[in-house]
Design a protein around this ligand. Structure first.
Ligand code: NAX
Ligand code: K
Length: 442
C-alpha cells in the first residue's frame, strides 16, 4: 500500500514526541513554522490573528506568529492568559509583538486557532466557544493548529461547538479525530506538518492500494473464484456479483434456486455447489439474504475465506462463532450493534474490540469507515463523497472486497483496498449516482 499516512492517538503522539531525538523545544519550533508555512501557502499574505491558549498548542501559536512576522505578514496575537507550560512560556518570550486579550481583540481576515490541541480535557466555556465562532465568522479563512479547539482528538467528538475551518494543520501525524465523525467534516483541508517524529504505523489513513498484478500465465481460477450465495432478494447479490466481476475476479458464480435478473452474462448461476471446493477464493454471503440463516451456516461450514455482509452479520448471533474463520465482516452501525452489542470507547476502540472478539477483519462502515484487524492494525478511510450513502452501495463494496480477497490479497489488505477504491469510484460517478453506476467506475 502506498502513501498511507500514520494516525496517532494522543498517548501514542506523546510517546513519539518524548522519543524524538531533536527534543521538545525543537518540535514546537517545527510545529509553529509548519503552521506558518501552510497558512501562507493557503491564505497568501493576508493579515492574521492568532488565538493562543495556555498549553503547548498556544506555544505553537507564538512560534507561528514570529514566523509569519518574519515573512512580513501583519500578524496579531491574542491570548487567554499567560502560558502555563514551560515550552509555551519560552515560545511566548520569543514573540516580541504585543499580546491582546481573546475576549476583546478585533477580528482579522485570517484566524488561526491555537487555543487547545491534544490536551483538551472538556468543552470550551460557553463564552469562549461563542467568541471563537464569532471571530471565525468575521474572518475569511479559519485555520486550526493541530485540531479545532473543542474536538476530542481520540474520538472525534465535539466537546463544544466549533466553526467550520478551511484548513487544519496536524502536527507530526494525523490524529483519529481528523478521520472520525463528526469532527472530520468541519476541518476543511487537512495537511500534516512534518516535525520529525517517528510514528508507529499500525494505525493509518488508507492510501492508494497496490493491487496484485495479473500473471501472464493466469487462468480464470488463478485470478480468483468468488462464490456468492444469493438469498430471498437476489437483486442485491446481482450488484455484489457484478462488482466482484468488475473488480478483477477471474470467475464469479452465484448459487441460487431461481434465475436472477441483471447479472452480467459472464457471471454463472448454479444450483447446489460444493463450498469446500479448494478453487473458491472467497465466498460472499449476506446481500439480499433475507431470513435464510441456513445460508450463513453453510458458508461457515466451509474453510474458504469469506465476506459476511448485511443480514448475515446479524444472523451470526455470537462473535465467538467466527473464531477460526477466515472472515471479513462489513457492518454498518446498526448491524455492528446487533452483533457486538453496545461497546464502549471511540469508533476506533469499538472496531478493534470487535475484531478481537470475532477474530475477523471488521469493516465498520459509515461516513468514517474503519478497517480493523484482530492484531490491532486499523485503517481509517480517507473522506469519501456523502452521495455514497444510498441503497446498494454496501452490496457493491462487499463484492469488491470479495474479489480482491479471491485475487489473493490478505483479508485486511483486501478490505482496505476495497474501501479506498469504493470511495474513489463514487468520486468518479458523481453526485447523481446510484449504486448501479458505481459498477461503471470500478
Ligand atoms: N508536546 C510536544 O512536544 C509538542 C506539542 N505540540 C502541541 O501541543 C499540543 C498539546 O499541548 P498540551 O498537552 O499542552 O495541550 P493543549 O495546549 O491542547 O492544552 C492544554 C492546557 O489547556 C488546559 N485545558 C484543557 N481543556 C481546557 C478547557 N476546555 N478549558 C480551559 N482549559 C483547558 C489544560 O489544563 C492545559 O493547561 C498539541 O496539540 C500540539 O499543538 C507541538 O508543539 C509539537 C510538540
Ligand atoms: K487548535
Amino acid at each position: 500500500m502506498n502513501e498511507a499516512r500514520p494516525i496517532l492517538s494522543v498517548a501514542a503522539m506523546r510517546d513519539a514526541e518524548a522519543a524524538a531525538p531533536c527534543g521538545l523545544t525543537e518540535l514546537m519550533e517545527r510545529a509553529g513554522r509548519g503552521l506558518a508555512e501552510a497558512t501562507c501557502r493557503f491564505a497568501g499574505p493576508m493579515p492574521a490573528l492568532i488565538l493562543c491558549g495556555p498549553g503547548n498548542n498556544g506555544g505553537d501559536g507564538y512560534v507561528a506568529a514570529r514566523c509569519l512576522a518574519e515573512r512580513g505578514i501583519a500578524v496579531r496575537v491574542a491570548a487567554l492568559g499567560e502560558p502555563t507550560s514551560d515550552l509555551a512560556r519560552a515560545a511566548r518570550q520569543h514573540w516580541e509583538g504585543p499580546v491582546e486579550r481573546v475576549e476583546n481583540c478585533s477580528p482579522a481576515p485570517v484566524l488561526i486557532d491555537c487555543l487547545f490541541g491534544t490536551g483538551l480535557k472538556r468543552g470550551l466555556d460557553p463564552s469562549l466557544h461563542e467568541r471563537l465562532l464569532s471571530l471565525a465568522q468575521e474572518s475569511h479563512l479559519a485555520v486550526a493548529a493541530d485540531l479545532p479547539s473543542g474536538v476530542d482528538a481520540d474520538s472525534g467528538a465535539l466537546l463544544s461547538p466549533i466553526p467550520d475551518y478551511h484548513l487544519t494543520v496536524a502536527f507530526g501525524a494525523l490524529k483519529p479525530a481528523h478521520r472520525l465523525m463528526p469532527a472530520m467534516t468541519q476541518m476543511g483541508r487537512v495537511v500534516v506538518a512534518n516535525i520529525g517524529i517517528e510514528a508507529d504505523r499500525r494505525w493509518f489513513e488508507i492510501g492508494t492500494p497496490a493491487l496484485p498484478a495479473v500473471r501472464p500465465d493466469a487462468h480464470k481460477y488463478s485470478r480468483g473464484l468468488v462464490h456468492c450465495l444469493a438469498g430471498e432478494m437476489p437483486g442485491a447479490m446481482a450488484l455484489s456479483a457484478s462488482a466482484a466481476a468488475r473488480s478483477g475476479a477471474g470467475y464469479v458464480r452465484v448459487s441460487t434456486s431461481r434465475p436472477i435478473a441483471g447479472l452480467p452474462r459472464s457471471v454463472v448461476e448454479v444450483g447446489d455447489a460444493r463450498l469446500d471446493d479448494p478453487r473458491i477464493g472467497c465466498i460472499l454471503v449476506g446481500p439480499g439474504l433475507g431470513h435464510l440463516p441456513q445460508l450463513l451456516t453453510l458458508a461457515l461450514t466451509s474453510n474458504r475465506p469469506k465476506v459476511i455482509d448485511a443480514e448475515a452479520i446479524s444472523l451470526v448471533g455470537d462473535p465467538a462463532r467466527l473464531r477460526g474463520q477466515d472472515a471479513i465482516l462489513t457492518p454498518h452501525a446498526g448491524e455492528f450493534e446487533r452483533l457486538f452489542g453496545t461497546l464502549s470507547g471511540s469508533k476506533a476502540d469499538q472496531a478493534l474490540a470487535a475484531a478481537e472478539a470475532s477474530g475477523a477483519v471488521i469493516v465498520f462502515k459509515g461516513a468514517d469507515t474503519l478497517v480493523a484487524a484482530p492484531d490491532g492494525r486499523l485503517g481509517f478511510a480517507p473522506p469519501a463523497p456523502a452521495w455514497l450513502a444510498t441503497a446498494g452501495t454496501g452490496d457493491v463494496l462487499a463484492g469488491m472486497i470479495a474479489a480482491l480477497r479471491a485475487r489473493g490479497m490478505a483479508a485486511f489488505d483486501a478490505a482496505c483496498a476495497g474501501v479506498w477504491l469504493h470511495g474513489r469510484a463514487a468520486e468518479h460517478a458523481g453526485p447523481d449516482m446510484i449504486a448501479d453506476d458505481l459498477l461503471e467506475h470500478l
